[in-house]
Design a protein around this ligand. Structure first.
Ligand SMILES: [Zn+2]
Length: 124
């Protein structure tokens, strides 16, 4: 299951952040995925729940997945930003530049990133 390895990678990264901040508890993790990441959010949350089972610092923590908007760069006019909505959003390589109408565009694929980690950090 793809989501399982993704969730596992998230937990590994957060463990490092927990160490860095000497946190006692993870409350919430927010990750951003691009619309073209091959991820089913429900399965990712499910996998996350399985992985954190037995990890005290992750007990009762939640994982939230936000889907970011697609971004393109136009080869013809150098426009960068959101594609024209007339492009087919189901097909990542069929975007239209809103500036010049060109279909010669690159999609900026943003990998799944950890945006926020909500931690409990004890006062010294
Ligand atoms: Zn253009």
């Amino acid at each position: 299951m793809h989501e399982y390895s993704v969730a596992s990678a998230i937990v590994d990264q957060v463990k490092v952040i927990v160490e860095e901040h000497k946190a006692t508890q993870v409350k919430k993790i927010i990750v951003t995925a691009s619309p073209y990441d091959v991820i089913i959010p429900e399965l990712l949350v499910e996998a996350y729940g399985i992985i954190i089972h037995g990890l005290d610092k992750f007990k009762d923590s939640t994982l939230e997945i936000q889907i970011s908007k697609a971004e393109i760069r136009c080869i013809d006019c150098d426009y960068a930003g959101e594609p024209d909505e007339k492009g087919d959003p189901e097909f990542a390589y069929n975007f239209i530049c809103p500036e010049c109408g060109s279909r010669d565009t690159h999609v900026n694929m943003k990998n799944l990133t950890i945006e926020t980690v909500d931690l409990v950090i004890p006062d010294n």
